[in-house]
Design a protein around this ligand. Sequence first.
Ligand code: PMT
Length: 409
Amino acid sequence: MTLKNKKILLIIGGGISAYKSLDLIRLLKKNEINIKTIITKSGREFVTPLSVTTLTKGRTYEDIFDTKTEAEIDHISLSRWADLIVVLPATANFMTKLSIGKAEDLATTVLLASNKDIALVPAMNVRMWLHKATQKNFKILQDYGYDFIGPEKGEMACGEYGEGKMSSPRQIYSYIKNYFDKKNLMKNKNFKALVTAGPTREYLDPIRYISNESSGKQGYEIAKALDKLGIKTKLISGPSNNVANKNIKVKSVISAKDMMDEVKKSLPVDIAVCTAAVADYRPLIKSKNKLKKSSSNIINLKLEKNSDILEFLSKNNKFRPKIVVGFAAETENIIHNSKIKIKEKYCDLIIANDVSKKNRGFNSDYNKVSIIDKNGKIHSIPKNKKSFIANTIAKKILDKLLVDDKNIN
Ligand code: PMT
């Protein structure tokens, strides 16, 4: 796909790698991409606005309180103009400002006011990159929805070696190309997804039930992340206090049977993600009236198996979604047991999570997962907010879908 006339706002920060922005501009211009540039005060110590303007053939914006800038295009319009914003180099200092929402100059104000996708290209010394403060900001910014290009491992300007080196103009260009290719494919596809979330309740009588501690948070975040990627998403949720975006169609259900019925009604879809903690068993008999206390110290409760929704989707001959994703809630031998589950349930990906810890998994804002594919390939995501985990899973699903789609067509 051609990138002709795509609009990129390039923000040049203050670091030695700023000089690479000139090569990137040349690459973008060669592909007839429209570019506007902002250069920060410290960026001007490394690259002159004149060099940038010579290559872009347009004005390089510098200051927020500049009457000429505001008369030509105000900072809000500048933040709305672009299809994609790229910041390079994103220094440790710049990342700190963004992580606390500081709007102190044109660059940070435009970014805070932006409603567009933003990619940061970090560049700094390895110790600075690995410092807890930078890593904390990195996580915060990922959680805010910023995307990152790099950093790479390699020899640095200071002579040290390690992670923190800025991606090359070619790598940044590939990211940009891939970004627009994906957007373009999505526009034509109208992908549909269903997500199951939350617990189910299996009633013994009108007021007592068997359930679990699932809050629905992880499932709601998955639905939000898919919606953000432009996928029409339906969320089938057991009892939960979470609220979904208005774009997402939510269907509330109570029992595993209700959830299965609703899933059946929602087919066909392209993607199915089963995040719900569905009760494996339900009471064989549901009493119409409240059960009375018995004189016996022990009572027997007969349970019968619920149908497995994930397995139903994976084995569905008529309406099998192109991608079926399951979650594996495990308390021991996490990876081994999850690999067994992916085989037993015939899904394409399984998200393994350790639910033995109180500070993540069930009913927490955090999770730590491993995404496992059918060939046993593992992509582990360290502990992070469920929103971040969800965004990573959603992007992975979309990438897989687009690759499979390309191979079929
Ligand atoms: O809701 P939160 O508080 O945010 O917590 C998130 C979570 C811990 C519930 C979530 O991350 C998670 O692990 N969900 C899966 C819970 C579960 O039931 O796992 P399982 O290993 O028992 O089941 C494996 C898979 O089969 C799951 O995708 C489950 O949705 C599915 N299943 C199970 C039984 C059944 N009858 N039908 C199903 O579809």
